[in-house]
Ligand binder design. Sequence first.
Ligand code: T3D
Length: 259
Amino acid sequence: MDYKYIKFEKNNNIASITLNNPDKLNSFNHDMALELQDSLDIAQSDDEIRVVLLTGEGRAFSAGQDLSEAISGKFAIDDIVKKHYNPIILKIRQHSKPVVAAVNGVAAGAGANIALACDIVIAKGSAKFIQAFSGIGLIPDSGGTYTLPRLVGLQRASALMLTGDKVSAEEAYEMGMIYKVYPDDLFHDEVNKLVEKISKMPTKAISLTKKLLNETFSNDLSAQLSLEMNFQKEASVSYDYNEGVQAFLEKRKPSFKGK
Ligand code: T3D
């Protein structure tokens, strides 16, 4: 598929997906939403890819739905949610590779909630997170009402969603919404360091860990313990488990293959 609004690159086991509609702050139109879905599928089916990086071109991560398209009447609003955003969120959460959001600038509306659905969210110091929906008379979608309360607690999620207040990257970090924030001039290097590190990790175990975390808020303790037991068994027959233990015993760095 030839992409118009996404840049997709594959380098050294890393798939980099860049939202690329900078004049409109990478807001999502129909084509961009489908292109993002397609690129996530490609990263899923390519065994060489061991981590996915999602970021934005220019000064924004994404300003959410392209509002000019939304009011054009071309697409019904429930179709936009059902066919654009819901599949994106499910593809990120069900992806067997870790998905890292590198929030390079403002992330608003669906743009914020797509970032927050990722496994690790890191942000540039100047980035901002905005639950912009209430500002235009909509409800938070793209899994926001599921994800945000689990990240920051019900009270903060309520306040952010009802007011639509802007949250700086530093505030987002302090309230546990994101993993780390870096000064603007260090951001690019830190993003690369992180994804390179993850691309060399035992991908099978990472994938099983992600599945466990997906279940943690719906399972009770015994169900989660039982899932851990099953997945540990699965991890223990991987090449990388054997390599990890051998490397430890031989006092050398492991060389994981993601198998
Ligand atoms: O169908 C549905 O709507 C259902 C789906 C909903 C999901 C959602 O995401 S709803 C939430 C939609 N997003 C927003 O409400 C955010 C709108 N944008 C803003 O509030 C501001 O742009 C920002 C706070 C994100 C950034 O402000 P600022 O001052 O840095 O930039 P700006 O000047 O507002 O924007 C720069 C350009 O991008 C500007 O175009 P221009 O004037 O230079 O030609 C602006 O119109 C355009 N732009 C920004 N956001 C959007 C957009 N164009 C279309 N849609 C956008 N969301």
